[in-house]
Design a protein around this ligand. Structure first.
Ligand code: FE
Ligand code: FE
Ligand code: ZN
Length: 277
């Protein structure tokens, strides 16, 4: 089972990999750049090599990078749109150089212009960013539907994928908190939700799972993550998710409100609930 969490790379990639080992993780997610700073640090080859050595020696699963939250690929404002494209393009290039398999991002917010308009903007941006020579896959994250977020239904995500030229480089990162808040009933009907995912998007598109409990209600369209077992999804449903035959080989990344010690406990708990080796 590949299970890990979001980790800081503020002290480097090697340090993040060591932190992952220390908490019993065999996979992790990190921001593609410092969320507070605007420019990404120049790559330190030794640091990257140290990380790669740790990953290899400990049979880590695929690492997942996450784009900064501030970018909005659906914006109608030229400066915001231009900045979002610039950041995504630059980080995508860097992650390819690092051979990071997956790069997830929030599709965007249409801020009043409507879903169709927003999708149009996102598609145009992705067609500029992806050249077709990349190896890293871009993952669209399933969203809660808070405010004017795009990506709250599988259909919206499918429409984006269908209109991108190099659609073979696109996949989905499913966030359990977000889809529960969006109104997909993963608590009482996980099979039904996965059937719908497969019918609309194709299950092969699913590459990563953000494993979070939901602090808000089912269908609330509010995005607030809870610790595992402390939200409206609950421990039984989470146990079903990590053991589901369709999901069990997909890597799980926790984004719960925790420090390292809390993540370590959640990883232990999840491993104890796992029914497969
Ligand atoms: Fe996210
Ligand atoms: Fe997420
Ligand atoms: Zn979230």
């Amino acid at each position: 089972m590949y299970i890990g969490c979001h980790l800081s790379i503020a002290k480097g990639y090697g340090d993040a990999a060591k932190a992952a080992l220390n908490i019993g993780a065999n996979v992790f997610q990190f921001f593609s750049r410092n969320p507070r700073g605007s420019s990404s640090k120049k790559l330190d080859i030794e640091d990257v090599e140290e990380m790669n050595r740790i990953l290899k020696e400990n049979d880590f699963g695929p690492l997942l990078a996450h784009a900064p939250y501030i970018i909005n690929l659906a914006s109608y404002k030229p400066n915001i749109y231009g900045m979002a494209k610039g950041i995504l393009k630059e980080d995508y290039k860097k992650l390819n150089e690092l051979s990071i398999p997956y790069f997830t991002f929030h599709p965007g917010n249409h801020v009043g212009k409507g879903t169709e308009y927003g999708i149009e903007r996102i598609v145009e941006a992705l067609n500029e960013i992806i050249t077709g020579d990349e190896k890293t896959m871009l993952l669209l994250e399933t969203m809660a539907g808070q405010g004017t977020e795009i990506g709250k239904t599988f259909e919206e995500l499918k429409e984006i994928i269908d209109r991108v030229e190099y659609e073979e480089l696109l996949g989905i990162c499913l966030d359990t908190c977000h889809i529960h808040a969006a109104g997909y009933n993963i608590v009482d009907d996980l099979d039904g939700v996965l059937e719908e995912f497969d019918r609309v998007l194709g299950i092969d598109r699913l590459k990563a799972i953000h494993l979070n409990d939901n602090m808000m209600d089912y269908g609330s369209k509010k995005d607030r993550h809870a610790k595992i077992g402390e939200g409206t999804i609950g421990i039984d449903a989470i146990k079903n998710i990590i053991n589901h035959p369709i999901l069990k080989e997909i890597p799980f990344y926790l984004e719960t409100p925790n420090e390292l010690e809390g993540y370590k406990k959640e990883i232990e708990l999840l491993r104890s609930l796992r029914e497969y080796p």
